[in-house]
Ligand binder design. Structure first.
Ligand code: ADP
Length: 688
């Protein structure tokens, strides 16, 4: 085996180096099928160029013969690899079954066997010899039939590969076009080279193939480095586009589908319909979805425009992004489809929960803000966090004033013990039951319930017991005293008679007190009124008959001013009771002058009035005369016999009839007690 230097080998070794480097670069990325097949093709090319180079450098026939044969390992592998790469690169992997790939490689393998066994079979090159060319030995041979069969087969493979790229070029988006064009040119070069060699246009005794292959390799290198197609396209397609759950459709400017990922395929069509290359409207089967898609991709539509479509129970969110070539030229659009059914359902559930919580919160806030009890929330440092209107009314503390000391003390106690503290605390005229409870994680909550009324009631009860026992004891004491006088042996019949009269008066007073109390209690319970149509003036006369005599006996004038008035619906017995109480008081508290009993109609009511010229009522007492057991201080001692229940009873009866009672009075000049009773509706209309 001997070699010599020849410049003709330089481009061949260069070609071997470039394709070898490309093979190394691609095979490192062999996880992507394109890179793997391209790498193998480059490896085959590199082998071919290397063997070719060594063949050119060989200085004897056997060596030239050997490398010329070995070169065919690469030569035979390149055409089928070229077809496989084209199918893979253009996403036609479905044709790349193991059987098909084996079939593609089979003819080459058989022919390779023929080449390698040529020294024995002479089927490839029937005769070989060496000629001199510019001082270099050149391997010369005649070609057998199989050699020509191989040439035709190689053209066929290369043309098929070219066809695949051309078809892809026509269907693909413009952004991929420069890249596929480069691949087409790269693929055409060996064809041209081989054609030139075949028709004998080569200026050299060897074929032109290696020079053209170097060019071809360089072009593919540009395709790789400039467009980085081995890096970007397969990675982007596999990792990002094919595997993401969102559907991705790429359409060109004519709304033709350029690319579609599996997710979009299942969202858009049923079954295995070919979508790539189809117009969008032909590929999408659902008319509603088609309409929505065209709405968002329409020209002039906002980039990034979104729309939701509801399709039999599913909700799809559609979004577009313009596909710009070199910055601004729009070459198509990317449509993203996302199935948001579950998200929408979850969102709706959240919204319902939120609304419910909000409703609960509003209800709670309403209850708290309308509560008559003061409610205040404190933080751990006893600073007010929140309070309700009732609290703001009772405690102006929220407005910068300190809390009342009693409250501060209770707050400190609850804070220190972390236990509920409660106490009765008086603030001004009011008394509150205060409760302070710890709230884990927040601080303390204070509630204040106004118990002033209950306290007043308790005081009233004490007062009542005191008054009643006093009012009972007085007549009892006098009964006891007079009974002793009456029983005394030395008492004269007149004295006895007088004592018996006093005993009778006292008993009578006690009985009146007890009757009044029982009556009042009866009235306060929910009694039914025995309503009848009555004349208020007539009832006034019935009530005053005997009192008129009493008044006259005291030297008082008694006058009726009963103006014409319609009948009213009232309980006659109870109204007589009102009149009696008022007239009795007038007679009792007047020593001279006149007592006037008046009845008149005013608007929708009838007014009853008792006017006297008696002692009158001091302004300070006036608001209380209708209270139970109230007796004014200005009443002379001999007239203090009353229990202070008459006016409260009158008030109760009038109010039960839907009316009102009031007094106007001047000390020393007299008093006017007036009560109003409503007219029945038809009467009140007639009176208007
Ligand atoms: P009493 O049995 O003490 O009269 P009332 O309830 O009828 O009880 O009256 C309450 C108080 O109102 C009386 O004690 C008296 O001080 C005052 N009063 C009632 N009527 C008159 C009046 N006509 N003139 C002055 N004071 C009156």
């Amino acid at each position: 085996m001997s070699f010599h230097y020849t410049p003709y080998a330089i481009p061949l070794f260069l070609s071997a180096a470039i394709s070898g480097a490309l093979a190394w670069y691609s095979l490192r990325r062999r996880k992507q099928a394109e890179a793997f097949y391209f790498g193998l093709a480059m490896l085959a090319l590199s082998w071919w160029a290397l063997c070719y180079g060594l063949h050119v450098c060989a200085s004897d026939l056997p060596t030239q013969y050997l490398f010329n044969r070995l070169k065919y390992v690469g030569v035979m592998a390149i055409p089928p690899l070229w077809v496989v790469l084209a199918l893979q690169y253009t996403q036609n992997q479905r044709y790349l079954s193991r059987r098909n790939v084996l079939l593609l490689f089979l003819p080459g393998a058989i022919l390779l066997f023929v080449v390698l066994t040529n020294p024995w079979t002479h089927l490839w090159w029937p005769s070989i010899w060496v000629e001199d060319f510019n001082g270099y030995p050149v391997f010369k041979r005649t070609h057998g039939l199989l050699y020509y069969a191989h040439t035709i087969l190689s053209y066929l493979y290369i043309i098929v590969g070219l066809g695949i790229y051309v078809r892809f070029y026509r269907r693909t988006a413009r952004i991929y076009r420069s890249q596929s064009m480069l691949m087409i040119i790269a693929a055409s070069i060996p064809l041209v080279a081989s054609a030139l060699t075949q028709i004998g246009l080569s200026p050299l005794p060897w074929g032109l193939d290696p020079f053209f292959f170097t060019l071809s390799g360089a072009l593919i290198a540009i395709a790789i480095f400039r467009y980085r197609f081995l890096d970007i396209i397969p990675v982007a397609r596999r990792a990002i586009v094919d595997q993401i759950p969102e559907g991705v459709i790429v359409i060109d400017a004519n709304h033709r589908i350029v690319d579609v990922n599996p997710a979009a395929r299942t969202m858009l069509v049923a079954g295995e319909t070919e979508m790539i290359g189809q117009p969008l409207d032909a590929a999408v089967q659902d008319p509603q979805l088609e309409q929505a898609l065209f709405q968002i991709i329409k020209p002039g539509g906002q980039p990034g425009h979104m729309q939701d479509v509801h399709l039999d129970g599913r909700v799809l969110s559609l979004r577009t992004t313009p596909l710009l070539h070199e910055g601004d030229e729009s070459v198509g659009q990317i449509i993203l489809l996302e199935d948001i059914t579950e998200r929408i359902a979850a969102q709706q559930e959240l919204e319902t929960l939120y609304r419910e919580a909000e409703l609960q919160r509003e209800r709670l806030a309403l209850i708290i803000s309308n509560a008559s009890d003061a409610i205040v929330l404190f933080d751990a440092e006893a600073k007010i966090l929140a309070d309700n209107p009732a609290a703001r009314k009772i405690l102006p503390a929220g407005h910068g004033e300190p809390l009342p000391p009693a409250l501060q003390k209770l707050l400190a106690q609850a804070q220190a013990t972390s236990k509920t503290a409660n106490a009765e605390i008086s603030l001004g005229e009011q008394t509150f039951h205060v409760l302070i409870a710890p709230v884990p994680g927040t601080g303390l909550v204070l509630t204040m319930h106004d118990v002033t009324h209950f306290q007043k009631l308790a005081e009233m009860k004490d007062e009542f017991v005191k008054t009643v026992s006093h009012d009972m004891r007085a007549p009892l004491t006098s009964i006891l005293g007079y009974a002793q006088i009456a029983q005394h042996g030395s008492a004269s019949p007149e004295a006895r008679q007088k004592a018996m009269q006093r005993i009778e008066t006292s008993v009578w007073r006690m009985s009146k007190l007890i009757n009044d109390m029982l009556d009042l209690a009866h009235l306060e319970s929910d009694i039914e009124l025995n309503l009848a149509s009555v004349q208020l003036g007539r009832l006034a006369r019935t009530a005053s008959e005997d009192l008129e005599e009493e008044a006259q006996a005291k030297g008082l004038a008694f006058r009726y001013e009963l103006y014409d008035h319609p009948p009213i619906q009232a309980d006659p017995q109870r109204i007589i009771q009102v009149w009696r109480n008022l007239v009795e008081n007038a007679v009792k508290y007047t020593s001279q002058g006149t007592i006037t009993i008046r009845v008149e109609t005013m608007q929708k009511q009838v007014l009853g009035q008792v006017v006297d010229t008696g002692i009158g009522i001091q302004p300070i007492d006036a608001p209380y005369v209708f209270d139970k057991f109230f007796r004014a201080e200005n009443v002379p001692a001999e007239q203090r016999g009353g229990a202070g229940l008459g006016l409260s009873m009158a008030k109760l009866i009038v109010e039960k009839h839907g009316g009102r009672i009031w007094v106007e009075s001047e000390v020393g000049a007299g008093s006017a007690f007036t009560f109003s009773l409503p007219l029945p509706p038809e009467r009140s209309r007639a009176n208007e």
